[in-house]
Design a protein around this ligand. Structure first.
Ligand SMILES: [Zn+2]
Length: 154
């Protein structure tokens, strides 16, 4: 019985340490902040795209609540690799500056905000809203995506 209190204390300490790690992970996830990202005012066409995305998904949300952040360049580091767009649960949408005029890329992230989740269930992704590289009509691609270019959409 002599060893019991010590063993118990050890277990409590281990559990505390796990909690701290979990907390740090959550904080890191909340603080998604690719290098050079800047807030910016979305162009007026984005409201049109928002309406279209609401219509195809049957979901509704507040466009003005979205915080838009632009990251200079063709892509930025994200948890799945190199992203051209990333949605953050705090109504934040990150876009690589090269892709800000690409309707599918922008509306893909809008759809995440309307769904309030990540992941790509169909519907509405694909079925309903063709907002993936595979389902977006090719005649609407402004220009073909270069082979091997980063095009992940978080
Ligand atoms: Zn996505």
């Amino acid at each position: 019985m002599v060893g019991t209190p010590i063993a118990l204390r050890k277990r409590v300490l281990t559990r505390l340490r796990c909690t701290s790690v979990a907390l740090i992970t959550v904080l890191a996830a909340c603080g998604f902040d690719p290098a050079g990202s800047q807030q910016w005012e979305p162009p007026t066409v984005y409201r049109e795209w928002w309406d279209k995305t609401q219509a195809c998904s049957g979901l509704s949300g507040n466009f003005d609540r979205v915080e838009w952040l632009i990251v200079p360049g063709p892509s930025f580091a994200c948890s799945s690799g190199n992203c051209v767009g990333h949605w953050d649960p705090g109504h934040k949408i990150f876009l690589a500056s090269t892709w800000t005029a690409h309707e599918m890329v922008v509306r893909h992230e809008m759809l995440h905000d309307l769904m309030r989740r990540s992941g790509h269930p169909s519907p509405p992704f694909g079925n309903g809203c063709p907002l993936t590289w595979e389902t977006w009509p090719s005649d609407q691609q402004a220009s073909p995506v270069p082979e091997g270019a980063a095009k992940l959409l978080d």
